[in-house]
Design a protein around this ligand. Sequence first.
Ligand SMILES: C[S@@+](CC[C@H](N)C(=O)[O-])C[C@H]1O[C@@H](n2cnc3c(N)ncnc32)[C@H](O)[C@@H]1O
Length: 257
Amino acid sequence: MNQDYENFVRLMKLKTGIDLSLYKEAQMKRRLTSLFQKKGFQSFQEFFKNLDRDQELLQEFLDRMTINVTEFYRNRSRWEALENKILPRLLEENRSLKIWSSASSTGEEPYTISMILSRFMSMPQISILATDIDEGALERARHGIYAERSLAEMPTEDKKKHFVKDGSVYKISNDIKKTVQFKKMNLLSDPFGSGYHLIICRNVLIYFTEEAKDILYQKFSQALAPGGVLFVGSTEQIFNPGQYGLEVEDTFFYKKV
Ligand SMILES: C[S@@+](CC[C@H](N)C(=O)[O-])C[C@H]1O[C@@H](n2cnc3c(N)ncnc32)[C@H](O)[C@@H]1O
């Protein structure tokens, strides 16, 4: 790591609590370099000086480092496996389910779970915790207003039942909104809860170093109740899940032994 970036990482940790050294270095450096160059800065040092006094630039930094890309029913076949195999087992074994969407971005992921769960139970029984490091994304999630492309993978019945079209955007129903509680949380530094029956952590681990991932799998496993499931993204298969006390229940679903 060159000195300029190393100093930047140290200063940003002090300023924001975000530890960039736990993210894959080449990727993160490339993304941030293109941002500061676009802004006309010559170095990470100059970038930091400006970030330190410009709230808007700090938000742009966060937007660039977080990558909020998401959609409803992302990789639809996995949500079908959740609905047809994983949830029926979990509901057979537990009277109620404790669920956490751990990098929920703008809300499409936790709202997808809520729509699926509404086929198994009444709305007031559904309660999902959704967390993300990016307050801007969480705010958009709380509003629940989406462009058409976010809904491309969604079954038509869900669209009809849970959304109202308003001009070119779709508004999610209050009933679904009420089932999800959004909260800011940094996966790399904040404490995890416990006793979860389902934890969804998709398309964020790919940005972290191997060491950070290893710690996170350990922590996810500890946060699960016995028989609980960790649902990961489609490029995030866990190599040797047994070392974390997990076993494969289906592709991208890991059950706590
Ligand atoms: C590509 S999105 C994935 C959204 C959703 N899980 C999905 O699969 O569609 C990655 C999300 O991870 C969040 N993120 C990045 N670093 C994080 C961290 N240290 N703690 C919590 N969330 C983080 C970003 O803010 C972003 O919203």
